[in-house]
Design a protein around this ligand. Sequence first.
Ligand SMILES: N[C@@H](CCC(=O)N[C@@H](CS)C(=O)NCC(=O)O)C(=O)O
Length: 226
Amino acid sequence: MAKESEMKLLGTPASTFVNRVQFVLNLKSIEYKFIQENLFCKSELLLTSNPVHKKVPVLIHGNKPPIPESLIIIEYLDELYPDTHPVLPSDPFDRADHRFWASYIDNKFYPLYEELRRSPEDGKEAIKKQIIEKSQVLEEAFVKISNGKDYFGGDDIGYLDVVLGCFIGWISIFEKLHKFKVFDEATTPRLQEWVKCICSHKAIKSNIPTQETLTNIYLLLQKYNP
Ligand SMILES: N[C@@H](CCC(=O)N[C@@H](CS)C(=O)NCC(=O)O)C(=O)O
């Protein structure tokens, strides 16, 4: 029988969506057991814990049924431990606004990277242009939400910082491999500074996969899932 309070996280160390959950577990100083998955040969535990999507992350908290989907896990943890480093804002309007931008990041911004990876050469420039346009939209959101501070969350990391922050490693790989700049001094100066703050934050840096790991995964994806 699992202990009532034991936290288990099913994931892979180089998964962005898993990393964002790890960031929140770190911020809240929650101890957890990491159960490593092989996404090329999924375990019975993953298939039965997330039968609908069969994806990581999945959180298993004690004897409760498993919780899939990174944003749902993060909100669960935030409600469970509201007093230790809350990540969502307390004001209902601000919470709605942060959820809007989280949905924009997951459904409009990040999917373009997968499109870029899979696109034939002659389609890549148009996708890069869309990524840059969307990064400018995010810059405007950052300026409005951060209110002159270092993070979307203000003085310290909040919900949107972990939601977008988990993609920093991949963004940098795409910049190198596809020779373009997503966040830069001229077009997104505030987000460029934000990237530096995120990468050096103690709750974040230990769970950002290395550039070498991500490059190897990129090459594997190109080979087995082009
Ligand atoms: N919307 C999901 C996305 C999760 C996701 O795409 N996970 C990837 C790893 S980064 C996965 O498990 N992929 C395996 C597959 O697609 O079969 C979330 O936010 O948790």
